[in-house]
Design a binder for this molecule. Structure first.
Ligand code: ZN
Length: 132
């Protein structure tokens, strides 16, 4: 079973919490044991699992990535979004979470974030549940 989440980002750099949508898709799948695989089919976005309780953490991650990878640094890629490609490479485009008793095994403070690095845009995120 595969599910596409439609995501509409509002800022150039933005973390969007997709945990509830992934959990909802898991409920619809009926899968009780296995792995949830989350994949972002874009070159200027990513996915990460991190602190969900304090929104300051997302801002700190975005600010840190922006300090590491400034928007204009004389990049070879002339589309104007080279920094977004580099941030996507750093964040990665996939994540996986074990499923037990029909629930995602996330830590108390963990949430799943779609990472936008070249918004605002309409994006998609793939969620696949592997039984086992
Ligand atoms: Zn580009």
């Amino acid at each position: 079973m595969i599910k596409y989440l439609n995501i509409r980002s509002k800022q150039r750099n933005e973390f969007i919490d997709i945990t509830a949508e992934v959990e909802e898709a898991l409920g619809e799948s009926g899968i009780k044991e296995g792995v949830c695989y989350i994949y972002v089919p874009h070159t200027t976005a990513g996915v990460t699992i991190n602190e969900g309780a304090d929104p300051s953490v997302q801002r700190d991650i975005i600010n840190s990535l922006t300090r590491l990878v400034p928007h204009d640094l004389g990049y070879f890629h002339r589309e104007g979004n080279a920094d977004a490609h580099v941030k996507s490479a750093l964040a990665g485009v996939s994540a996986s979470v074990p499923i037990e008793a029909g629930k995602l095994i996330l830590g108390t403070w963990q949430s799943i974030y779609f990472c936008e690095f070249d918004g605002p845009r309409h994006r998609r995120c793939v969620v696949k549940f592997i039984k086992g």
